[in-house]
Design a binder for this molecule. Structure first.
Ligand code: NDP
Ligand code: BG6
Length: 483
């Protein structure tokens, strides 16, 4: 199917425009696209939510998080002129009808004969289907135009609810109209995985179980659930980060080469890879919950008043996947994520096997590290001789740190990159329905066990630490060699 890019006179409607995501991510991303010249000034952006606010109040709310760079101050006013606000209900037709009247007036004033409308649901899951239904019914331009719907996680909380959501959504919105955001797919280093793997023959040649001994994908946040405890208590770190963000990263890291670069070929390979993952071993999971920091200054998870007293919610998890295919059989893949840790970092670590050559007795393993954030970088730990007269070996880094090598390039925020993809009708970096189904099939039995009566008590770890004290043993047991 030929892509239909949205260019001039596009209408973008953000539902839930009064909310946190809209304020911190969606509108700043739209501004970023405008600032960089990727969003036409003929675009009409409409915020829609129940909260009553004037347009001025709405503008001052959304501009709070804009990244205003040197010389872009005047662009803020021009961008805000493109943005209006509608206050209306989600469950009644009037608001949607009024919205459509406004959209049609705008399109008529610009002599648009083929409307292009992008609807962004920055809403909690409870209102997700009712809004998707009414947008389809009252705001879709029908055959005369093109409409797209961007939706946000969570896409269900287990296999049954994800399927239920999909069954309700599928009759309303076709799969090619739907853009399910996993914002990790918009991060620069994640987008670089396909070029890295398939455009470098030296890496391609050793990207398998003959040479690689283990893979880790690690997510660390230096803050707890501050202010979001109520939301998080029902979710836990596995649903919040591992089942979606880290698993998506893994699919790109481990899939076979797609037959072409189009979205469906890429997503087909991601699905093949997901299908090859063995059911998760419940016995081989390390789970934790953060406690008060050692100096007593930072609260423990259970100190959060919005959390259920005595909650066993998991704020740290490390688990190991096995991929049952020719390339990856016997290579452990550790996914680990935690809140309230000693640092904020997302990293991929590919550790290679020991060199078999007997002339060096104590050389370290090669390791390719891809730092997704902060400070994007890619470095390969290599063994080299100490320069000079010494014959001793040291580990050195073959280092591609983006801030040094690419400091003149603008790296867009994940949301900018993804909204741009949606405008361009590029689905490559969005999650397809079957990917979602398989990922929930994998994680649901594990979650049922962890949250059921036989589930383990999460191990306490101090706020600001590396995670549960058993972490090093867990990594060693699962094939990672500290060196
Ligand atoms: P909010 O809780 O801020 O909700 C967004 C807006 O939806 C609110 O401003 C409110 O607008 C309306 N709303 C809230 N609760 C209800 C309700 N029970 N019934 C009807 N309307 C309601 O959510 P976020 O903005 O944080 O997140 C939106 C979506 O994006 C969620 O699905 C979330 O999981 C996802 N997400 C959020 C991220 C973030 O950084 N915040 C990150 C990744 C995903 P009003 O009352 O004015 O109509
Ligand atoms: C969100 C999670 O999806 O991703 C949050 O709900 C988490 O809990 C966030 O903090 C992390 O995103 P980023 O882009 O800051 O790494």
């Amino acid at each position: 199917m030929t892509a239909i890019p949205f260019k001039e006179n596009t209408v973008i409607v953000v539902f839930g425009a009064s909310g946190d995501l809209a304020r911190k991510k969606t509108f700043p991303a739209l501004f970023g696209l405008f600032r960089e010249g990727y969003l036409s000034d003929t675009t009409r952006i409409i915020g829609y939510a129940r909260t009553k606010m004037t347009v001025e109040e709405f503008h001052s709310r959304i501009k709070e998080h804009f990244d205003i760079r040197d010389g872009s101050q005047d662009l803020v006013g021009r961008f805000l002129d493109m943005c209006t606000y509608e206050s209306a209900q989600y469950d009644q037709p009037e608001g949607y009808k009024k919205l459509t009247v406004g959209i049609e007036e705008f399109e008529a004033s610009r002599c648009v004969d083929r409307p292009h409308r992008l609807f962004y649901l920055a809403l909690p899951p409870a209102v997700f289907i009712p809004v998707a239904e009414r947008v389809r019914k009252y705001c879709h331009p029908g055959k005369n135009g093109v409409a797209r719907l961007i939706v946000e996680k969570p896409f269900g909380r287990d296999l049954a609810t994800a399927r239920e959501l999909q069954e309700k959504l599928a009759p309303l919105w076709k799969e090619d109209e739907l853009f399910r955001i996993d914002h990790y797919l918009g991060k620069e280093m994640v987008k670089n995985l396909i070029p890295l793997r398939f455009a470098n023959s030296f890496l391609h040649a050793c990207w398998n179980n003959q040479y690689i001994s283990s893979i880790q994908i690690e997510f660390k946040e230096p803050f707890g659930t501050e202010g979001r405890g109520g939301y998080f208590d029902n979710i836990g770190i596995i649903r919040d980060v591992i089942q979606n963000h880290l698993l998506q990263v893994l699919t790109l890291l481990a899939m076979e080469r797609p037959i072409s670069g189009d979205a469906e070929s890429i997503r087909n390979e991601k699905v093949h890879l997901l299908r090859a993952i063995k059911p998760l071993n419940k016995e081989n999971v390390l789970v934790g919950q953060y406690a008060r920091s050692e100096d007593g200054k930072k609260p423990g998870y259970l100190d959060d008043k919005t959390v259920q007293p005595g909650s066993k919610c998991i704020t740290y998890a490390a688990l190991t996947l096995e991929i049952c295919n020719e390339r990856w059989e016997s290579v452990p893949v550790i996914l680990r994520a935690g809140k309230a840790l000693n640092e904020g970092k997302v990293e991929i670590r590919v550790q290679f096997k020991e060199t078999k050559n007997g002339i060096f007795s104590h050389v370290s393993r090669n390791e390719l590290v891809i730092r997704v954030q902060p400070n994007e970088a890619m470095y390969m730990k290599m063994n080299t001789k100490i320069p000079g007269v010494s014959n001793r070996m040291v580990v050195s880094d073959l280092d591609l740190t983006y801030s040094q090598r690419y400091n003149k390039f603008y790296i867009p925020q994940a949301y900018e990159s993804l909204i741009r993809d949606a405008l361009n009708d590029n689905h490559s970096n969005f999650v397809r329905d079957d990917e979602l189904d398989i990922s929930w099939s994998l994680f649901t039995p594990l979650l049922e066990y962890l949250e059921g009566p036989d589930g383990p008590d999460p191990v306490p770890y101090p706020y600001g630490s590396r995670g549960p004290p058993q972490l090093n043993d867990y990594l060693a047991k699962n094939g990672y060699v500290y060196q």
